[in-house]
Design a protein around this ligand. Sequence first.
Ligand code: ATP
Length: 311
Amino acid sequence: MEQAIVKVVDLSHRYTMQWAIKNINFELDRCGVVGLLGANGAGKSTTMNIICGVLNQTHGDVYIDGVNMKTDPIKAKSNIGFLPQKPPLYPDLNVKEYLSFCADFHMVDKRKIKSTVERAMDYCGLSHIQKRMIRNLSGGYQQRVGIAQAIVHEPKFVVLDEPTNGLDPNQILEVRRLVKEIAKERTVLLSTHILSEVQATCDQIKMIDAGKMVFSGTMEEFDNYIEPHTILAIFDSALPEEDLRSIEGIIKVEEIRDRHYRLWFDGSPDMTKRVMEKSLQHDWGLLEINFERSSLDTIFAQLSNNTKSKE
Ligand code: ATP
């Protein structure tokens, strides 16, 4: 089997007396976007800073492409691109000058700097503004420059700490598109405290709560885990619960308030269609039907309770 691009073994860190992260273990495959999800203060930045070799851990090991960050940090870091929460931009340089500086800093062969910088600018949609001073760019373009500096040396692994923070909705879509593009050729680890962000961008998800890993799996597994298959249906008059239970695939029915029903179902993909058809056949007057989504708070509570009960 191909070696994981990142391997994190028993990683723990404490700044003062309290552990910021405790016994984190995971491996990452060689391409795709992995979301690191957690509330503020959960331990995302601590984990990312250690993985990138910016912070020395109290305990545990990080391997990048098989190289231990502790014993050979220069080699390990040559395969990492990092965009911290505050992008390390130099406002008085123009885009091309800044990216050339970054390529040099990452020890790209001097003869290749011009072509790698052009490639990174092209990739991130920056070629047309390469002569503009960074301080005059919008937040969205500054973030693209931040992402370009993280890929300019063509690393195999890219770490983005809350890359859409502070951007407007259009800029958020642009950055998400760029992240997906980058992840076609390499692994991207992206941290966020926004559930919809991982749902829109990530293939895999790791969730941290209070310094501990509470979930690790594919986006599909996460969705199934956090969302029991439930539908919320509203009718224009009250219905006997047996009528709703008679629909094939419905497991349980609960009337949550007047004419509002929560329907547990077996995961069939066409469940809403079946409810609509039955309603039309029997003239039940279906007004609204939606899959239910849990709030992030509920999910954190559910996942951290699950972990506590396993301890
Ligand atoms: P955010 O999204 O708010 O950045 P996070 O998930 O990235 O949160 P971390 O910044 O890793 O979380 O913080 C984890 C814990 O470690 C928090 O309790 C935080 O207060 C604490 N912490 C972080 N940095 C330091 C530091 N330099 N000194 C002391 N405690 C710290």
